[in-house]
Design a protein around this ligand. Structure first.
Ligand SMILES: [Zn+2]
Ligand SMILES: [Zn+2]
Length: 291
């Protein structure tokens, strides 16, 4: 197995200086769990460059409470230098540790081409593509009361439709290699009663992954959330595999103890579908390792 989605800092904490030894410790933990390779994939919005490059994108949307919440979120998160992050991660890789240099990128409407140009100057191995927010609504920020209120005041079908539309846009933006937690919209267990509709939205996501030659991760992070199941759902995973979408495995750990979290369950699931290889990446080029 591989763990292709790891963070250095938990969200409530500010980014702090890390070293080669921090990543060596990540690798030791991964190896102790039988993992062959890991990807460190910090959020783009952890870096000061996200604010410098994007400006206050949240002010483009009209809900004042939400944009204040987003502003506070970026003020808290965007504090580390992306070049420092990459240089330490690269040092770890070059020293022979089983690690690749990654990033978790959000979808920023109308800015993806510009961001692609900016990011192309850096030697990333893999970029994960994520939708954590719709316009300036952080639908998966379970601890933000302003964001959570929106769940009660918005039509659920619209939310799911909007999410799948954003995922399609992200997939088409030529920005990422892997779709992260592909059905994150279910995080809060707010499922649609109409399973046919869920299937329709899932199909759109799976088709986009196929059309734009992206991999999808099977993530254990959902077990730590109210939905209490992996991303993607059994049905969405089936759609990905039917369309030959390559798979990675991921914990989305934000602390060392969560590396490889519940990988026994993930392994059992992918074995059920006869998955026998996982996608890995080096300088944005995909290859495979046997499971
Ligand atoms: Zn994420
Ligand atoms: Zn993540």
């Amino acid at each position: 197995m591989i763990d292709y989605h790891l963070h250095l800092w938990e969200h409530p904490n500010k980014a702090t200086q890390f070293t080669l030894e921090t990543l060596a410790e990540y690798c030791r933990k991964a190896e102790s769990m039988g993992l062959k390779q890991i990807a460190v994939t910090e959020h783009f919005h952890r870096f000061t460059q996200s604010k410098q490059w994007l400006g206050k994108f949240w002010t483009k949307f009209d809900d004042h409470e939400l944009y204040e919440s987003m502003e506070a979120y970026f003020d808290h998160h965007a504090t580390y230098d992306i070049e420092e992050y990459i240089s330490i991660a690269l040092l770890a890789k070059e020293s022979g540790l089983p690690i690749v240099v990654g990033l978790e990128m959000d979808y920023f409407k109308d800015n993806m081409e510009f961001l692609n140009d900016k990011l192309r100057q850096y030697p990333f191995d893999v970029i994960l593509g994520s939708v954590h927010w719709l316009k300036n609504w952080r639908f998966d920020d379970l601890y933000d009361t302003v964001s959570m209120k929106v769940w009660d005041s918005t039509d659920l079908e619209n939310i799911w439709a909007e999410y799948s539309y954003h995922m399609e846009e992200l997939a088409s933006a030529n920005s990422c290699d892997v779709l992260a937690h592909p059905d994150l919209i279910k995080v809060n267990s707010n499922l649609l009663k109409d399973t046919g509709l869920i299937n329709e939205f899932n199909l759109r996501i799976a088709e986009s992954a196929n059309r734009f030659d992206l991999a999808a991760e099977v993530s254990s992070a959902g077990y730590r959330k109210p939905i209490k199941e992996q991303y993607p759902s059994h049905d969405l995973l089936q759609l990905f595999l039917a369309k030959d979408v390559p798979i990675t495995t991921a914990s989305d750990a934000h602390k060392i103890s969560d590396i490889g979290y519940r990988f026994d369950s993930i392994m059992a699931l992918i074995k059920e579908f006869n998955v026998n290889k996982l996608a890995t990446f080096n300088q944005r080029m995909r290859s495979y390792i046997d499971l």
